[in-house]
Design a protein around this ligand. Sequence first.
Ligand code: NAP
Length: 249
Amino acid sequence: MSDFSNKVAIVTGSARGIGKTIALRLAEAGATVVVNDLSAAVNAVADEIKALNRQSLAVQGDVSSSADVNRMVETVKNTFGKIDILVNNAGIARDQLVVRMSDEEWESVLNVDLKSVFFCTRAVLRHMIRQRSGRIINIASIVGIVGNPGQANYSSAKAGIIGFTKTVAKEVASRQITVNAVAPGFIDTEMTQRLAEEWKQELQKRIPLGYLGSPRDVAEAVAFLASDEARYITGQVLSVDGGMAGAWM
Ligand code: NAP
């Protein structure tokens, strides 16, 4: 396991699910972890991290608000003096066929899943550029690569994250900052527990490895991309999907 002692990480949307697992994984490896979420449940995650004898700070806030994001990043800088790792994980889904999709369903998903990535990245880069180091990992999705009926809003946001990742990677490479995306397939969290049982069984048949991934599977990929060992990898999309995106469907 790579050592993240002396590293300061921010993980958005980390009160539960994949974000919480990423936060705990980085903390287990020594990182100081700032946990963020809309809900106050994020305080309990900070307590779990402190119980591992690591530093942690819970910042409640909405990542689709630039004011909330700028306040969070300033607080982190003032508290810990630096920001080494940003994991843009917060996300929502509001599934609907495109002909029935409301303006609100489109806008809320684009705001929380894509605009937030721009706000958080812009805010941390102001510090990472001065530091001349940094790791940004954006959580995209398999549906941003292959599409999925009922998820025009979500797949557009996730495909947007992939384009954003590749562009920003080129903009900041000269400062030794890497920017990569992780594209999970179907991972067992509250987001997928909401899917109809028969659809879940159908999906499982399309996963070459034959089972849904765990949040830990995603966290391990994030930890690798955040590590010193991944210093020469930037602008990439790492699929963590049991072989699904590459499978003949
Ligand atoms: P989840 O269990 O629904 O957790 C998402 C977290 O993000 C929640 O704690 C939620 O907080 C938080 N959040 C939502 N809107 C926010 C906002 N505006 N500001 C701050 N935090 C906010 O989802 P998950 O399955 O862990 O997914 C995590 C990421 O992985 C998402 O980007 C998702 O799109 C991506 N992903 C998931 C899967 C999967 O199969 N699960 C597959 C591919 C990609 P509240 O509880 O307060 O709403």
